[in-house]
Design a protein around this ligand. Structure first.
Ligand SMILES: Cc1ncc(COP(=O)(O)O)c(C=O)c1O
Length: 400
């Protein structure tokens, strides 16, 4: 697919974001901590959505078009998903293998519930987006933790540990690729090793690829299911436009199954259990996937600069923080352990008036880390970083 070029007008709308206005929005990101605390926590971008999506939604609102619509999964939306996966990733998705969901977290829960029994093992690579942990703990499965290891330039998979910790009753491997919070985009050889491991232990792989479209140059995303027919057959891939196109309030997601083995348990659920999206949700996702590429290219260009800003700022003003720039996502995973701040997220909220996401919520390997969302305007990002550096500079034994 030819890459569209970033659009200067869209970019200008990102630069023009105003914290005052954002504080009046209904976004939880801006509401939870109240005025005065700059939010850089939940994974929403502050940017306005693609103008094409606004137009589509406006048309539906103006036509008062809210009756029952072609659900679940209109043929057009199914086609849009199939052709986007082909155009962007060279992945030929079998249309009838697509299971419509409302959101990706539902797919995480279902992947575990439908492919393992209580007490059986589920592998998760911590630190990890908290609903992965909840999918295991909440369903009474046994956590098989495969913590990623911090290397010199990026987090790495500990394959030795994986072999040591897997048990005969382990059923599911929950892959998060790109990985939240470390920002890793796993490379072909790493994914191949996971695939071989999954084959050796006959695991179903639930592959959450929601961040795939937010990858940076030099880090191609390889859908796990494209590694080969045998791999596809044991994989459930979870995809959605909501992360890359900033549509979290218009949920719409899909599980792409690679075989009867992975799909049948979904088909056997009572027909209404999965629920379905509303017309605004479907329409927003359809428009994102068919008309949103210029907006996405502009976002990626902007995020690339913000990633550089964070890297340079941290190196200069927070040199004791260890930070590997993410290969995808707009999330900076900051290792604050050397600063000795106690709970760094709490410290920054109280002393810097900046709300970050607590690393501890991502499992015990996240202790001492905090996660910063840099998907905002350059000016707001600068203010966030300066507040953080100033708080560290002025810290005393009593304000930690
Ligand atoms: C890895 C990952 N999966 C899923 C989600 C949430 O997806 P959804 O809103 O569709 O449940 C997020 C949100 O940040 C995420 O980071």
């Amino acid at each position: 697919m030819t890459q569209p070029t970033p659009c200067p007008e869209i970019r200008a709308s990102f630069d023009a974001l105003s914290a005052e206005e954002l504080f009046t929005s209904s976004r939880i990101k801006w509401r939870l901590f109240g005025e005065g605390v700059l939010p850089a926590w939940v994974a929403d971008m502050d940017f306005p959505v693609a103008p094409e999506i606004t137009r589509t939604l406006r048309e539906l609102v103006e036509r008062n078009d809210f009756g029952y619509h072609a659900v679940p999964l209109s043929p057009q939306l199914r086609e849009a998903l199939v052709s986007r996966m082909d155009n962007v990733y060279g992945w030929k998705v079998e249309p009838l293998r697509i299971v419509p969901l409302v959101n990706v977290v539902q797919g995480l829960d279902l992947g575990v519930l439908l492919h393992s029994e209580p007490g059986e093992g589920v592998i998760i690579q911590t630190p990890i987006y908290p609903p992965f942990l909840e999918a295991v703990a909440g369903s009474g499965r046994r956590l098989v933790e495969n913590a990623l290891v911090r290397g010199d330039t990026r987090f790495e998979i500990d394959f030795d540990r994986l072999q040591r910790d897997v048990t005969p009753d382990t059923r599911v491997f929950m892959l998060c690729n790109p990985h939240n919070p470390t920002g890793r985009v796993f490379e072909r050889d790493e994914l191949m090793r996971i695939a071989e491991f999954a084959e050796e232990h006959d695991l179903v792989v639930v592959s959450d690829e929601i961040h795939a479209d937010l990858r940076y140059p030099g880090h191609p995303h390889i859908p796990f299911a494209t590694l080969g027919p045998e791999v596809a057959a044991r994989t459930i891939t979870l995809v959605s436009a909501t992360k890359a196109f900033n549509l979290a309030g218009l949920p719409c997601a899909f599980a792409i199954c690679g075989s009867d083995r992975t799909q049948k348990p979904f088909s056997e659920l009572p027909p209404h259990v999965l629920g379905h999206c509303g017309i605004l949700d479907d329409a927003a996702t359809y428009t994102a996937w068919t008309e949103g590429e210029t907006w996405l290219a502009t976002v990626l260009d902007y995020l690339l600069e913000n990633r550089r800003v964070v890297g340079e700022f941290v190196a200069k003003h927070l040199p004791d923080v260890v930070y590997h720039p993410p290969e995808a996502t707009y999330l900076a995973w900051l290792d604050c352990r050397a600063l000795d701040l106690g709970d760094p997220t709490r410290f920054f909220r109280k002393q810097a008036k900046v709300a970050l996401t607590n690393g501890r919520d991502y499992g015990s390997p996240g202790e001492g880390f905090t996660r910063l969302n840099f998907a905002t305007s350059k000016a707001i990002l600068q203010e966030i970083l300066e507040r953080m550096a100033k708080a560290v500079e002025n810290r005393t034994d009593t304000n930690r």
